[in-house]
Design a protein around this ligand. Structure first.
Ligand SMILES: [Ca+2]
Ligand SMILES: [Ca+2]
Length: 240
């Protein structure tokens, strides 16, 4: 299992997006929400909440949806989605809202019954206004990162990432501390949407110290920053 990350036009440059989101985010210590109780800042361990959100009104914010309980720093239950965006708002009647810039679908292993990396991610967002522990969580579970049809800048994390390319001239590189570029032997490159069925159909070269992968039929490309093309072989790719 892995967390699934979907970029949008707003987060197409994921490196720039994560830096900008962090600088425009300030924790208001967050709140839980469910339809029956509205917004709750001191959650009860006996209540199942449907949302948790954090951010200053009108600024960058985050909220998650699912069915979860919270007690003494320990979130349990299921989280279905995590959304990062701008224009944060909260309402007792309808819960939280942000522009849906970056959508993360968590894997099913977290949050677990005990305190875990997912809880630290919430803690870091709340106490330090930081995504650092969310990056640690994404490293722990691995990710599937889906690009947009345009040209994107993707960043990975410390675990096994599968970068899924649709089209465009995309780049994979390290972003903020705790994010990573392509890690050979750890990460995978999914070019199945290109319609490429075999390694020999890819044109691979070195360009300015980066590995450069071309689909010469469509003109779609992938640049792996700081990677030598010599390390790439069929085992690094997922084909159609
Ligand atoms: Ca990785
Ligand atoms: Ca793309």
């Amino acid at each position: 299992m892995a967390a699934v990350i979907q970029l949008s036009s707003a987060s197409s440059n994921l490196e720039g997006y994560l830096n900008g989101w962090t600088s425009g985010y300030s924790s208001t210590y967050g709140a839980f929400w469910d339809e029956g109780n509205g917004l709750v800042t001191n959650p009860l361990s006996t209540t199942v909440y449907e949302q948790w959100g954090n951010g200053a009104t009108g600024g960058n914010g985050i909220y998650m949806e699912g069915e979860f309980q919270y007690s003494r720093g320990n979130l349990t239950g299921t989280v279905d989605s995590i959304t990062l965006g701008s224009g944060f708002s909260q309402s007792a009647s309808t819960g939280f809202s942000v522009s849906a810039d970056l959508l993360i679908t968590p894997d099913s292993t977290f949050p677990s019954a005990s305190q875990d990396v997912f809880d630290w991610a919430i803690y870091d967002l709340t106490v330090n206004s930081s995504l650092d522990s969310l990056y640690d969580y994404l490293a722990a579970v691995g990710t599937e990162i889906h690009d947009t049809a345009a040209s994107d800048t993707l960043v990975g994390f410390g675990g096994a990432d599968t970068f899924v390319f649709s089209s465009g001239n995309d780049t994979v590189k390290a972003g903020p501390t705790g994010t990573y570029g392509y890690q050979d032997g750890v990460d995978a490159l999914d070019v199945s949407a290109w319609g490429v069925t075999d390694f020999s159909e890819l044109l691979i070269s070195d360009l300015g110290g980066n590995a450069f992968i071309e689909n010469f039929l469509s003109g779609d490309t992938i640049t792996l920053n700081g990677i030598s093309s010599s390390v790439l072989d069929a085992s690094d790719f997922l084909f159609a």
